[in-house]
Design a binder for this molecule. Structure first.
Ligand code: GLP
Length: 267
């Protein structure tokens, strides 16, 4: 794992967008894993800006989102499909047929989950998975006690997640109580993971995810198992980490991520 600490949230989002853009330029047929949540909004705004200003090309890129609310059709303004269309897909030259989210309105949700896994495999797997982190340490909707080998499935949402996301609904009571989410196993299969967390409210859970013991109670701790995972933070979200001097030294002197690497990786 590589921890990268930026002075503020805008810088952290900008760096995240630049890492994604560098991967897209190196491989125009990149399969990108995407995430929703407020933290990602500035990343998508920056990617849209790079598309307009620097011609960042999404035409051959494929995307798979982490999760969707069970029961919400893509046309619902609270669905993650709607959110992705609004925040990113409508602002860049991506072919909507290449953008994938679980269908929350599918008649058979279990079959939809299996089908989602098959679609990821058929696309050749996910090259780079963008991740946020919930206050309870979840990735996607992998709530506490998610198995580290879990695959895409329907998951009941924890009270902390309901409390965190209900304010985004016009009627908070209308927020679905279940979500469809890639499993931890699905996420660990991605070739690279890139987690972005900003703000003081995330500091405690980020410290547990990065430095704490691995536990099914905090699904983000599973990222410690991933051989190619970067965690991008602002100073506020890094506030409760213990080994920040070490992380800063590595990033400044021996960065391992391609966009910043100055020499071939050591073995
Ligand atoms: C939701 C999403 C997660 C996201 C989390 C954090 O629960 N399902 O994928 O990481 O929110 O959201 P925010 O960035 O708004 O804190």
């Amino acid at each position: 794992m590589e921890v990268i600490i930026r002075p503020n949230a805008a810088d952290a989002a900008d760096l995240t967008a630049r890492i994604i853009a560098a991967k897209m330029r190196a491989n125009p047929r990149l399969t990108l894993g995407l995430a929703t949540g407020r933290t990602m909004e500035s990343v998508y705004a920056r990617l849209a800006q790079m598309h307009h200003a620097d011609g960042l090309d999404f035409s051959q890129c494929r995307t798979f989102n982490l999760d969707e609310y069970a029961g919400l059709p893509g046309g619902d303004p609270h669905s993650y499909r709607h959110c992705m269309n609004q925040r990113l897909f409508s602002k860049v030259n991506i072919d909507l047929r290449n953008t994938h989210l679980p269908d929350g309105a599918a008649a058979d949700l279990e079959a939809e989950c299996e089908n989602y896994e098959r679609r990821i495999v058929a696309a050749g797997g996910i090259d780079l998975q963008l991740l946020g982190i919930g206050l309870a340490g979840h990735l996607g909707f992998n709530e506490p006690l998610s198995a580290f080998r879990s695959r895409t499935r329907v998951k009941a949402l924890a009270p902390a997640t309901l409390a965190q996301n209900a304010p985004l609904f016009a009627d908070p009571e209308a927020m679905p109580r279940r979500g469809i989410t890639m499993g931890i196993g699905t996420i660990l299969d991605c070739r690279q993971c890139l987690l972005l967390a900003t703000g003081e409210a995330k500091a405690a859970i980020v410290a547990q995810a990065v430095e704490g013991p691995m536990t099914g109670m905090i699904s983000a701790t599973a990222l410690q198992l991933h051989p190619r995972c970067a965690v991008v933070l602002d100073e506020a979200a890094a506030g409760e980490l213990k080994a920040t001097d070490y992380y800063r030294w590595i990033f400044e002197n021996e960065p391992e991520w391609e966009p910043f690497r100055t020499r071939p990786p050591a073995h």
